[in-house]
Ligand binder design. Structure first.
Ligand code: HEM
Length: 131
């Protein structure tokens, strides 16, 4: 019985350490996917390639929105930092939609410029959140 109790205790302790670590790794993973997708969209030479990169970027950004970065875990959901996080990701999503609309309108040069601007949003929000 003692063994069972200590096994339960160990399991509980490891879960309480592992769960926040997993959640932290998740935003990192989404950011890595966003990075890869943005690179693909930026370096694509045709509309189809740009659209594929943008679709991946939107999916990874939507996924990041469902998660909370490790550094913001102890902040309330309506805290300024948490709101800044959501606001920045919403900006990226809007920029992706705008770039897609430009591609659909055949304005590839303008779409390329719009995609480049997404990198500025990345820098702005990383700076705001100190990452
Ligand atoms: C397309 C635009 C963006 C790209 C390519 C990007 C890319 C990255 C990369 C490569 C990392 C480092 C991940 C690692 O630790 O290996 C990172 C971290 C992070 N980014 Fe972004 N990012 C973008 C936009 C944003 C925006 C708009 C926000 C906030 C509104 C944001 C918030 C964060 C946070 C909080 C971290 C730290 C994650 C953690 O360690 O918990 N990023 N990002």
């Amino acid at each position: 019985m003692n063994k069972l109790a200590s096994l339960c205790c160990t399991l509980l302790l490891s879960a309480s350490v592992a769960v926040p670590m997993l959640a932290h790794a998740s935003v990192e993973g989404d950011m890595k996917a966003m990075s890869k997708a943005l690179r693909a969209a930026s370096s694509a030479s045709d509309a189809a390639g740009m659209k594929a990169g943008l679709a991946d970027l939107k999916n990874a950004t939507l996924k990041a929105k469902t998660e909370v970065p490790g550094g913001l875990k102890d902040q309330a959901a309506d805290s300024p930092a948490r709101k800044t996080y959501t606001e920045g990701l919403d900006n990226v999503i809007k920029q992706v939609d705008d770039a897609n609309a430009l591609i659909d309108a055949g304005k590839l040069d303008e779409a390329k410029a719009a995609i480049k601007e997404i990198n500025t949003t990345r820098k702005t929000y990383h700076k705001k959140l100190g990452v």
